[in-house]
Design a protein. Structure first.
Length: 398
């Protein structure tokens, strides 16, 4: 997102501010006649931009000269921390398994509710091979709060003693290295080989996206999470938008000057070609000229001359069904709006035998007839090998 992007006379910046009081930077709804910052983006552009964030009184924030978070794909520094029992450990102790390391302050309200959410999901994370390390930042960012042990017992409850949950206080070096922006709550998901795969904050608001990232990591998939909280394929787009509809009615589906929300559900589409995942591009069903927000999670197309009732905002395969009438829509109609062929032997420009799956189950008919609907997950595969159906966790708001 551009700094200071204007929405209805209000600036929506990416610089965190204590004045926001933990309100997501994009938590703004469209007033009459204004473009809106779409709700799912609000949930994902949290990264620390959405939390209580940078405290000007922090002894570490003023020293931050580079990016506010470590770059994804880089190797996680080792870092040392002190355990509640007075011992010393490092992140290297968890090398070989996926690790969620969350930097918190014990006075932060989102840290309290986030810890409660983690407690409710600690077994799910363990089932995906993720060990949780919750660390109080050095000196609690200069503010008073309960001890980490008291904090953990109060908000994690019985899960405070979970063998899958390690607690400690980060050293000053570790704090400034992992949290150079001085945020009061910031987490990283680290792969077993030590690479950073996902960064965000406030697990109470981002748990579904975190679980999706954890599931993917357990399958050896490291696709980055996009702005809607859903992984975006690293491969090329199946097809461009060159042939996409640009305003004329298609299959009885109009292109409206604003999004129609009387009937509003979402379907996820995944496409593999010869065993390799390819992307469904952002902006299908949004007529040019298009406008987009950019973020650490990728682009989000938020505007155009009109919106078809079937469209995509991000390159993550989420099809938004936003219609003024409640009716059944099909995958074939979506492809028609995209301007791409679809049938038993072709997906977009690629020809070959098409295997289709709906909610993980094989589909035997013409893929054009597959019904779109709430939380429906569709996977199309052209050729071989046929990849096991990949199911996502739909984030809240989708």
């Amino acid at each position: 997102m551009r700094d200071g992007l204007q929405r209805c006379g209000r600036s929506v910046g990416t610089v965190p501010s204590a004045a926001r009081g933990g309100v997501p930077a994009l938590a703004l709804r469209r007033a009459a006649g204004c473009r809106r910052a779409y709700a799912p983006v609000r949930a994902m552009l949290v990264v620390a931009f959405a939390v209580a964030g940078l405290s000007l009184s922090s002894p570490y924030a003023a020293a931050a000269k580079g990016p506010a978070v470590l770059p994804l794909g880089s190797s996680a520094p080792a870092g040392t921390f002190t355990t509640p029992g007075g011992g010393t450990s490092t992140l290297d102790a968890f090398h070989g398994q996926a690790t969620l390391v969350w930097f918190v302050t014990t006075w932060c309200q989102r840290c309290q509710t986030g810890t409660q959410t983690l407690a409710a999901n600690i077994n799910a994370l363990a089932s995906y091979g993720v060990h949780v390390v919750e660390l109080e930042v050095a000196n609690n960012l200069g503010r008073q709060g309960p001890s980490l042990t008291a904090f953990g017992r109060q908000f994690a409850g019985k899960a405070f003693g979970s063998p899958n949950w390690t607690w400690g206080e980060a050293s000053k070096w570790m704090t400034t290295t992992f949290d150079p922006g001085g945020y009061d709550n910031l987490y990283y998901l680290i792969a077993g080989d030590g690479h950073l795969t996902y960064v965000n904050a406030s697990p109470d608001a981002t748990m579904q996206a975190l679980l999706t990232a954890a599931v993917d990591l357990s399958r050896g998939i490291t696709s980055p999470i996009g702005p809607e909280g859903v992984p975006e394929p690293a491969g090329p787009a199946v097809a461009s938008l060159a042939q996409a509809a640009s305003g004329k009615t298609v299959d009885g589906i109009a292109c409206s000057t604003s999004e129609q929300l009387l009937f509003h559900v979402h379907t996820h589409l995944t496409i593999f070609v010869a065993g390799k995942e390819e992307a469904v591009p952002a902006g299908i069903g949004i007529a040019p000229p298009r406008s987009a927000q950019t973020s650490p999670y990728g682009a989000f197309v938020d505007g155009g001359s009109c919106f078809y009732w079937l469209h995509t905002h991000a390159a993550d395969g989420i099809i938004h069904i936003e219609s003024p009438v409640k009716r059944q829509y099909t995958l074939g109609e979506f492809f028609d709006i995209w301007g791409q062929p679809l049938g038993p032997d072709q997906v977009g420009p690629t020809k070959g035998k098409v295997s289709a799956f709906v909610n993980g189950q094989a589909y035997s008919g013409n893929p054009r007839a597959i019904a779109l609907g709430s939380d429906v997950q569709i996977q199309l595969e052209v050729g071989t090998p046929v990849v096991k159906p990949r199911l996502i966790q739909f984030p809240s708001g989708l």
